[in-house]
Design a protein around this ligand. Structure first.
Ligand code: PMP
Ligand code: GLN
Length: 382
């Protein structure tokens, strides 16, 4: 008999995204749960990958990323945020934002460190912090608009705080962090050695004429920040898992030490193709209009339902409150909706460490109009 080691993450099960997608498939429900588009990426991008594969770009890429891709990320950062990171020492291409987050957290968090997280919170942060021997300290965002309560956050910062993780635009709420918030954060951290991870994977999905404010835009914050993004979101290629991290050279050096032992490098033909594709700025500059149209299409049809909706400011997610329909816990309601109504969504309690239930579901609107129309029609029957 082998005694297998006890679990390092005993309380962690299968992610809610996997659970709800599997349930949607099982019941043939429309899947508005896990965040991914139901339409294809653009044909020229596929052609580029095909072409690079045929030309023989099928071996290891440089560990930090293909130089042209790092250069184009650096240029895009300057164009969008007025700051040009050094492509050689400050930009690292990773296997999606997920790997960038893992590398960033493992590079910075040591035993006994505290990391401040804002809840509801994406599921990739806390388990990695714990694997490093750190402790997540949770600060709830304030309802109904999911703002940062700065007084509460200040009370959670201590001499043990190593890191603070922010996410803007925010999954699952769609809230965005303003320039004023970033100024407040910069002032709060002034004179400390606290680092920031800014998860900005939805940077190109901000609506109603508002602008994404990146931590890279802030002259003080960028000196202490690792900023993470994902081409999966920007180019409708979540299955390719190509993302990146931008950070000051000393932090990048440490992050790359982790990256080289997690994946070493990211698929070469994908990097080559994205590097070329990035030169057409319209692809990401048009994204706000592209997704706002989908958000508005879905929300207009949801007017006929009893769900309560405050339009999301960014991301491709829309929260909906269901207290007028049911008093069930959100997980049960989401499961029943999948089975009986044929629409799958994510229960927002999954984003709280104590599974706090404010009776919200998260719907992904990165879908064709027909998908959204049929889903909203079904939801309006409740
Ligand atoms: N951060 C957030 C907030 C996300 O929503 C996601 C994925 N949906 C990720 C990170 C991971 O991105 P990737 O798929 O590029 O690993
Ligand atoms: N980030 C995606 C979401 O929030 C899911 C990614 C995943 O399934 N791990 O839906």
């Amino acid at each position: 008999m082998i005694n297998y080691p006890s679990s390092k993450l005993p309380d962690i099960g299968t992610s809610i995204f996997t659970v709800m997608s599997a349930l949607a498939n099982k019941h043939g429900a429309i899947n508005l749960s896990q965040g991914f588009p139901d339409f294809n990426c653009l044909r020229p991008l596929i052609d580029l990958v095909d072409s690079y594969m045929r030309q023989g770009f099928n071996q290891y890429a440089p560990m930090a990323g293909v130089p042209k891709l790092r250069e184009n990320i650096s240029r895009k950062t300057e164009r969008m945020y007025g700051y040009r990171p050094d492509a050689d020492t400050e930009v690292t291409v990773t296997a999606g934002a997920t790997e960038a987050l893992y590398a960033a957290i493992t590079a910075t968090v040591k035993t006994g460190d505290e990391v401040v997280l804002l809840e509801p919170c994406y599921d990739s942060y806390a388990p990695v912090i714990r694997l490093c021997g750190g402790s997540p300290i949770y600060v709830p965002l304030t309802l109904p608009d999911f703002r940062i309560d700065w007084d509460q956050l200040k009370r959670c910062v201590s001499s043990r705080t190593r890191l603070l993780i922010i996410n803007t635009p925010h999954n699952p709420t769609g809230a965005i962090i303003t320039k004023q918030d970033m100024d407040t954060l910069a002032n709060l951290l002034e004179g400390t050695d606290i680092l920031v991870i800014s998860d900005e994977v939805y940077e190109h999905m901000v609506f109603d004429g508002q602008q994404h404010y990146s931590a890279l835009q802030h002259p003080h914050l960028r000196k202490r920040s690792i900023v993470i993004s994902s081409f999966g979101k920007t180019y409708h290629t979540t299955g390719w898992k190509v993302g990146y991290a931008v950070a000051p050279a000393p932090l990048t050096a440490e992050l790359r030490k982790m990256h080289q032992f997690i994946t070493f490098c990211t698929p070469t033909p994908l990097q080559m193709a994205i590097a070329d594709f990035m030169e057409e700025e319209a692809h990401y500059l048009q994204l706000p209009d592209f997704y706002q149209a989908r958000r508005d299409f879905f929300n207009e049809r949801m007017q006929d339902s009893r769900f309560e909706i405050i339009p999301s400011a960014g991301t491709y997610f829309q929260l909906a409150r269901y207290t007028r329909i049911s008093a069930e816990p959100d997980l049960e309601f989401a499961k029943r909706l999948t089975k009986e109504t044929g629409v799958a969504a994510i229960p927002v309690s999954a984003f709280y460490h104590e599974k706090t239930d404010h009776k919200y579901l998260r719907f992904c609107f990165a879908k064709n109009e027909e998908t959204l129309r049929v889903a909203a029609e079904r939801l309006a029957r409740l």
